[in-house]
Design a protein around this ligand. Structure first.
Ligand SMILES: [Zn+2]
Ligand SMILES: [Zn+2]
Length: 140
């Protein structure tokens, strides 16, 4: 699935007239998101990448991340802090958001829950399921 996504992105980028600079920024953002499990916001991505990419601006991060999300290359998660967070791992998994520290945890399950009635209404593209709780780090 990851390789297919990658190929897909390369294909889409080769058709993109925006040029090489935008292309490499987009790839750098995608690689960054695939390498972390922190579910960063655009601001966090910008802060992490700006040193190695001096030409990067927050607006560029927003634009590129939107492109990646629109093309299902990254997941969007509505954080409990009111901000949109991003996940480079598009393999189906669930998220748990701690109500106290606002951290977004990945929850892996062998079986993504099947919900009755969905198939009668629509075909599923992806499941975005968020569970809220208090993590044990905050509880202790
Ligand atoms: Zn917590
Ligand atoms: Zn995740």
């Amino acid at each position: 699935m990851t390789i297919d996504n990658c190929r897909d992105l390369t294909l889409k980028m080769s058709m993109n007239k925006a040029g090489r600079r935008l292309t490499s920024q987009r790839l750098a953002i995608l690689n960054y998101l695939r390498g972390v499990t922190t579910h960063p916001t655009c601001e966090m991505i910008y802060k992490e990448l700006k040193d190695e990419m001096p030409k990067l601006s927050l607006a560029t991060v927003y634009r590129n991340v939107k492109y990646l999300a629109d093309n299902n290359l990254v997941l969007q998660i509505k954080g409990d802090d009111g901000k949109t967070h991003f996940d480079g791992n598009t393999t189906a998994h669930l998220h748990l958001i701690c109500k106290q520290c606002k951290k977004i945890y990945d929850i892996w399950t062998k079986k993504i829950p099947a919900f009755n009635g969905i198939k009668e209404v629509a075909e599923i593209d992806n499941i975005d399921c968020t569970i809220y709780g208090t993590c044990y780090k905050c509880k202790n």
